[in-house]
Design a protein. Structure first.
Length: 364
């Protein structure tokens, strides 16, 4: 109180004393700036930097201890990582072939650089439009039809009350997925062969109709390919959706039944909303491979028939024919790189759309 009154009344002695004390305080190391590494840092900044450095060292020590504690698990993981690197990442150096005129005697890196000429040659031909149309068109139909039918079959399986019946139906539905596409191609040939096929000999001829040259008439093959693809892959997709349906809370169905909801209402308001996340995830994964086609389906099933090229030629079969028949490695590599880049862009776009609609359903 006295000090305050002296200061307020202008006591010079007291003011000088306070100034001297303040100067002695500010002259101590508590507020004094120190030169370190060419910069002036206050004591507070030094303390913060020391704490941050200590935390980093502590984090590294914890990480090292955690790694050492689980070293055997990491050793078990090592062969898989090595295989992944050799199989998936080392071949990516071959992307450079798409920009070169490949010469066997010179090798990949010494072959002459051609820039974008391989892409220019690819897009100047009608093949670019044909393979893009077929690849995208078929895959969009496969995704839509396959998803709808897989969900429908999964719901029907869930409605079966007999445990034995469920197992039998699941097995029968999954068997086509386990059959090799080469075997499937000969099964299709057994039905569609012009001379000895089941349809021509056992269905059309007894009806007094002329047999159809299935492997020379392209107008039937879009429907044949869609049917074969759905028949082969329906079981696998159905099992995934069925596993999700089985995992839904049974009390929701019981409550809906008590409230008077019929079976269709329970499916519409409980089952389908419960499948939303699974549908979005599988659809995004399918969109990521929308520029990839089942090589066996489009090459082996039509028996590589020349008259069917316009409706069966996709990017994958085009790359194979470019390598094996035309021996144009540069253009085949350009088509493969084009396929990868467009597929990657479609994944990002589809995921962005899903993120805008529902952030929790996006993949990343």
């Amino acid at each position: 109180m006295f000090l305050y009154n002296d200061l307020r009344n202008g006591n010079k002695k007291t003011q000088r004393g306070c100034s001297h004390q303040a100067g002695s305080i500010y002259g101590t190391g508590l507020f004094q700036k120190k030169r370190e590494g060419g910069r002036y840092m206050t004591g507070k900044r030094e303390k913060t930097a020391a704490l941050s450095k200590g935390r980093q060292q502590g984090g590294l020590q914890k990480a090292a201890l955690y790694f050492w504690k689980h070293k055997y698990l990491y050793l078990m993981l090592l062969p898989g990582l090595v295989y992944l690197f050799i199989n998936n990442y080392m071949p990516m150096a071959g992307i450079i072939i798409a920009f070169k005129k490949y010469n066997y005697s010179l090798g990949i890196f010494k072959s002459p650089f051609t820039g974008l000429k391989n892409f220019e040659f690819l897009f100047k031909t009608k093949d670019a439009w044909t393979i893009t149309r077929n690849t995208l068109g078929y895959n969009v139909i496969f995704i839509v039809v396959g998803t709808v039918l897989a969900i429908a079959v999964a719901i029907l399986l869930n409605e079966i009350r007999s445990t034995m019946g469920k197992k039998i139906y699941q097995t029968l539905i999954l068997v086509p997925f386990l059959i090799s596409i080469v075997v499937v191609s000969y099964l299709v040939y057994g039905f569609l062969s012009t001379d000895a096929g089941f349809i021509n000999n056992s269905i059309l001829k007894p009806m007094g109709k002329q047999g159809i040259g299935w492997y020379s008439d392209p107008k039937y093959w879009p429907f044949i390919l869609i049917f074969v693809n759905v028949w082969k892959n329906l079981g696998y997709n159905c099992i995934i959706y069925y596993a999700t349906v089985v995992g839904l809370d049974a009390s929701l169905y019981e409550s809906a039944s008590i409230d008077g909801a019929n079976r269709w209402q329970r499916i519409l308001h409980i089952t389908l909303p419960g499948l939303k996340t699974t549908i979005i995830t599988l659809t995004l994964m399918s969109v990521g491979r929308i520029f990839y086609s089942d090589f066996g389906l489009f090459y082996q099933v039509p028996m590589n028939s020349g008259p069917l090229i316009d409706v069966t030629n996709t990017i994958d079969t085009y790359v194979y024919r470019g390598l094996m028949e035309l021996n144009n490695i540069g253009m085949a590599s350009a088509a493969g790189l084009y396929q990868s880049l467009v597929g990657f862009a479609l994944v990002l776009i589809a995921n962005l759309i899903v993120r805008r609609l529902d952030e929790n359903s996006a993949l990343f």
